[in-house]
Ligand binder design. Sequence first.
Ligand SMILES: CC(C)(COP(=O)(O)OP(=O)(O)OC[C@H]1O[C@@H](n2cnc3c(N)ncnc32)[C@H](O)[C@@H]1OP(=O)(O)O)[C@@H](O)C(=O)NCCC(=O)NCCS
Length: 270
Amino acid sequence: MKSSMKPRARSGPSARSLSPVGPLWVLMVLSQSTRRRRHIRRKSLPREPSSLFDMCMHDEALNRWQRGWSASRGWTDFQCIDDVTVVRIGEPERRVEYVATEQHATAAAHLALTDCNPPGTSWLTIAAGAADRVAADLRPFEIVRTEWLMTVRLADQVSYPVPPPYSLELSATPSVVEAQVYEYGEIAATGRMAILHTGAVADMIQTDPAHRRRGLARAVMTALGHAARCRSATTAYLAASPDGRRLYKCLGWTTLTPLVVARTSLTSSR
Ligand SMILES: CC(C)(COP(=O)(O)OP(=O)(O)OC[C@H]1O[C@@H](n2cnc3c(N)ncnc32)[C@H](O)[C@@H]1OP(=O)(O)O)[C@@H](O)C(=O)NCCC(=O)NCCS
């Protein structure tokens, strides 16, 4: 991991003095004690989704997704500060992305609220056990959307060929495979998969509206998954949109956790 970005000096307001992120502290303490109580009451019931095992698994999945997503987009400048991955994107509308689990949302919020970027250009992606709860607690931020972190074992993937008259072409760099589906020379669908060791991350899966529901995205996912397996990847991850989630579910992907995507408010006075 390249770490050219230095930890920022905490010259801004302290985390405690920021009333907007205050509720997260309270919420975390409350939810932890509630979880403890629930755990005592339901000792004999099957493991809850918020168990330590699941939290660690989600942590690992989020980390692998972030690395693959960054590789797919060509973002090489990222580092970890206070359990928050800081990705320096450098685009005018999206200067930086703070990626964290719900447990570290307060730290991510603090970093976003105290960096020097113009309003609206510091983004958060928070893996949230409950998207509504996290969205409510990120009140000083503008909630952009909810996505879902999903995963699949590549060995379990069923193959779907591209239907005629379409044709599919693959191109690759050392870490990213790209698929393009053509109809008589025009692009109808595209997608990418970044491959980092045994993990693969699907990104930018899109079908032109005129060509949807003809099995093109399914064929793109098949081709990318196959290419990733040929390069020794075993598990794949992605962040799904609502439309995408329906597609991936039908391909056997499972949802790990919602992802709340937010950004600093354009109207904030910092
Ligand atoms: C999501 C998207 C890529 C799907 O592309 P597509 O080529 O239409 O998908 P496919 O035809 O291969 O769909 C395969 C299956 O997925 C499911 N599916 C796909 N899109 C769906 C939708 N909008 N609603 C319900 N089910 C859907 C269906 O089960 C479908 O099979 P069926 O048509 O036989 O019922 C396309 O809608 C899109 O580009 N959306 C905008 C961008 C986006 O959200 N991309 C995903 C980013 S994570």
